[in-house]
Design a protein around this ligand. Structure first.
Ligand code: NAD
Ligand code: UDP
Ligand code: UDP
Length: 314
């Protein structure tokens, strides 16, 4: 059994990962500054002897003894990462340097939660790992996109220079229970709006596409990637290739929730990517993985979660 550090462990993905690692018998140290995460996401783990929670900001050094590090700390929703863009870049860049320094000292294997945003507004579709992307370096999404790109650079330089065991996954849009109701991401927005009978906010004409992966599928491939052959560094795309326009997503959510919500068209935010779909051939070949939960089923489970979450105070 391993001592595993999960940064951003009180967030949406991080809390599911902590659940999985504790259930497999590992000792888990969850580090989070609670910027977008919450204690509620991990309350089921607080009484477990194998779980430890530390309030800490990864932009500052961290001295602990671990065998594996999953580096997830970083706000993921455009609303949140644009709230304090300087802190977002610091979290990706200083956070990566500190966690890589920690991995170097402890010789821990380290996995970076990178993102499909490294491809920017892609001209190649679907996106394979070999595509270098089309990213605006000075726009409102740049703090996130360029921060994550620089973090990838740091991971590969620590690998070349210090022979660290690195793993880089590029996560495409993922959804499921424990997304924050006010997170601002499209799946949570649409479901919460439909449940409250409010208008569904479509940005732009709703023809832009995304490909949505259910959280359980993602956690499975995180763990597989961490356990993969030491010469497999990635970057590897992980996500569900089923591609939907935002209008199609709104239709599916409305069908599941019912109710009387109407569509309300709002301006498209700057630099919003027009299309996104992962090419997951590499994950299939190297990790024997592909997503299992169809979008209908994942949305149904997420609607059930929000139905009950909305009845409780935040
Ligand atoms: P989230 O916002 O729910 O989780 C991020 C967590 O990091 C939160 O608990 C937050 O409090 C914590 N955090 C933020 N800054 C920190 C700092 N400086 N120090 C310590 N903790 C900090 O988002 P999520 O969806 O769970 O995303 C987790 C990771 O996966 C992020 O790195 C994100 O960029 C990446 N990712 C997620 C998606 C997705 O669709 N969910 C897609 C691509 C990449
Ligand atoms: N670091 C850390 N925990 C450790 C070891 C290092 O947080 O256990 C930080 C440390 O603050 C340093 C950074 O990681 O600034 C990078 O470490 P590295 O050893 O690569 O570089 P150096 O210490 O030479 O700057
Ligand atoms: N979006 C939307 N309505 C919303 C929230 C988002 O139409 O209430 C759109 C947004 O413009 C983008 C897509 O949905 O085209 C996905 O947005 P999200 O913030 O979830 O993720 P990202 O843009 O980072 O992929």
């Amino acid at each position: 059994m391993k001592k595993v550090l999960v940064t951003g462990g009180a967030g949406f993905l991080g809390s599911h990962l902590c659940d999985r690692l504790v259930s497999e018998g590992h000792d888990v140290l969850c580090v989070d500054n609670f910027f977008t995460g919450s204690k509620r996401n991990i309350e089921q783990l607080l009484s477990n002897n194998r779980f430890e929670l530390m309030r800490h900001d990864v932009t500052f050094p961290l001295y602990v003894e671990v065998n594996q590090i999953y580096n997830l700390a970083c706000p993921a929703s455009p609303v949140h990462y644009q709230h304090d863009p300087v802190q977002t870049t610091k979290t990706s860049v200083h956070g990566a340097i500190n966690m890589l320094g920690l991995a170097k000292r402890t010789r821990a294997r380290i996995l970076q939660a990178s993102t499909s945003e490294v491809y920017g507004d892609p001209e190649v579709h679907p996106q394979p790992e070999s595509y270098w992307g089309k990213v605006n370096p000075v726009g409102i999404r740049s703090c996130y996109d360029e921060g994550k790109r620089c973090a990838e650079t740091l991971f590969f330089d620590y690998w070349r220079q210090h022979q660290l065991e690195i793993k880089v996954v590029r996560i495409f849009n993922t959804y499921g229970p424990r997304m924050h109701p006010n997170d601002g991401r499209v799946v949570s927005n649409f479901i919460v709006q439909a449940l409250k009978g409010e208008d569904i906010t479509i940005y732009g004409d709703g023809q832009q596409t995304r490909s949505f992966c259910y959280v359980d599928d993602l956690i499975e491939v995180f763990v597989r990637m961490m356990g993969s052959e030491s010469d497999f560094t990635g970057p590897v795309n992980i996500g569900n290739p089923t591609e939907l326009t935002m209008l199609e997503l709104a239709e599916r959510v409305l069908k599941l929730v019912g109710g009387k919500s109407k569509l309300a068209f709002k301006p498209l935010p700057a630099d919003d990517p027009k299309q996104r779909r992962p090419d997951i051939s590499l994950a299939k070949e190297k990790l024997g993985w592909e997503p299992k939960v169809p979008v209908e089923e994942g949305l149904r489970r997420t609607v059930e979660y929000f139905r009950s979450a909305l009845t409780q105070p935040l």
